[in-house]
Design a protein around this ligand. Structure first.
Ligand SMILES: *Cc1c(COP(=O)(O)O)cnc(C)c1O
Length: 392
């Protein structure tokens, strides 16, 4: 009997070893050794052949004219925003990682926060249309958790308004829109290569664009703005990617398709195990799209599930299972952005999702049994919800 009880109520924890939220899959050292050694011998530890090869491989993979490697997605976003001259209001979701917005501030622009569609977790099209006044300079959308945004609709809105559309594609490697990788849409798309994402370079980012002029500006912008003749076309950064990161990225790119396919399988397994549990809902992905599942996030409607998202997360921790409340608080509630927050209560869907969303463990390689353990834990916690709510 005791074993039926959740660990938080005295049962034996279901995870025999801790189940982490994220576990980066990295290439073997032997795979990288020759390239690392050659880099050291050549002395070209930055701006060398591996960077060029990595950029070429990424451009081919994405089917885009320019893939420019930078030091992070955040610097990539800041350079794109700045290169486009954004210095006024920019439409952006609040249900996103803080860097989508911090880069706007670094570029000299200001966020105009809008709602998301809680079923897809992506920017809401009606909210974008409603926020689109003449002073708005651009639209920033996120492929959130790796779920492609409503790209065609957003492109139509931006084209009609005559303003740029930028995608924060930090979660985008592995995601497909109508059967092709995200990356070539809008004015530019910015990817992250940090260890919580599918394609890992250690640290790094990719700016993808089909716009030659913007690409040139990003290439000079990652080099202080240097025009190549020791002058500055514009005020840039040092946002370069070192050779070691490019080497790691190249090998990680070879593992990307496998990682994305496995994550889709894991997501299907989560869904099959949890869809009948009351109060749980799932991110909606359009039938022609593929989510990268950079995160696997469900929502917990406390009134149906029996306990709150936060209590579930705590009970999972007692089982030895890591989970995360992405993104709570949403960006408009962070101290740094309070001055840009809309009137209290005007982003109810964002607030609801921030309070209800729970990201569960997903890795590019994991045992099916790990997911079964997480789901078994969620179900037994739910069965004991009344007792838990009364006790805690
Ligand atoms: C991870 C992430 C970023 C930042 O990426 P870095 O490469 O760490 O700068 C930006 N936006 C979103 C949505 C992210 O998840």
């Amino acid at each position: 009997m005791a074993d039926l009880r959740p660990a938080i109520l005295g049962g034996t924890p279901l995870a025999t070893s801790p189940i982490r939220l994220v576990r980066p899959v990295l290439p073997e050292f032997a795979t990288l050794a020759a390239d690392v050694e050659q880099t050291l011998i050549s002395g070209m530890v930055t701006k060398g052949q591996h960077l060029a090869a990595f950029e070429q491989a990424v451009a081919t993979h994405l089917g885009v004219a320019h893939a420019i490697a930078v030091s992070s997605c955040t610097t990539g976003l800041a350079l794109v925003y700045r290169a486009l001259g954004l210095n006024g209001p920019v439409i952006v979701p609040s249900f996103t990682f803080m860097a989508t917005v911090s880069a706007l501030i670094w570029a000299g622009a200001t966020p105009r926060f809008v709602e998301i569609d809680p079923t897809t977790t992506n920017i809401d099209l009606d909210a974008v249309r409603a926020a689109l006044t003449p002073e708005v300079q651009a639209i920033v959308a996120v492929h959130n958790f790796g779920n492609p945004a409503a790209i065609a609709e957003l492109e139509a809105i931006a084209t009609d308004a005559g303003i740029p559309l930028i995608f924060d594609a930090a979660h985008g490697f592995g995601a497909q829109y109508d059967g092709r990788p995200v990356g070539g849409f809008g004015t530019a798309e910015c990817f992250s290569l940090s260890p919580t994402k599918l394609l890992i370079a250690g640290e790094g980012g990719i700016v993808a664009t089909n716009n030659d002029e913007l690409a040139h500006k990003i290439r000079t912008g990652r080099e202080y703005g240097n025009d190549g003749k020791y002058g500055s076309d514009w005020a840039g950064l040092n946002a370069r990617m070192a050779e070691y990161n490019a080497i790691m990225g190249r090998y990680s790119l070879e593992q990307l398709e496998q990682a994305a396919r496995q994550r889709s399988q894991y997501a299907a397994l989560y869904w099959a195990a949890l869809f009948a549990t009351p109060g749980i809902d799932f991110q909606k992905v359009r039938p022609n799209d593929r989510c990268s599942y950079k995160d696997y996030s469900i929502t917990i409607e406390a009134s149906e599930f029996g306990i709150s998202r936060d209590l579930l997360s705590k009970a999972l921790a007692a089982e030895g299972i890591d989970s995360r409340a992405y993104y709570d608080p949403p960006v408009h509630r962070h101290a740094a952005y309070a001055q840009f927050a809309p009137a209290e209560g005007s982003l109810p869907k964002t607030d609801w999702l921030a309070q209800s969303s729970l990201s569960l463990p997903i890795h590019s390689e994991m045992e099916f049994s790990t997911i079964e353990t997480v789901c078994a834990a969620i179900k037994r916690i739910q069965l004991f919800g009344e007792e838990l709510a009364a006790r805690l």
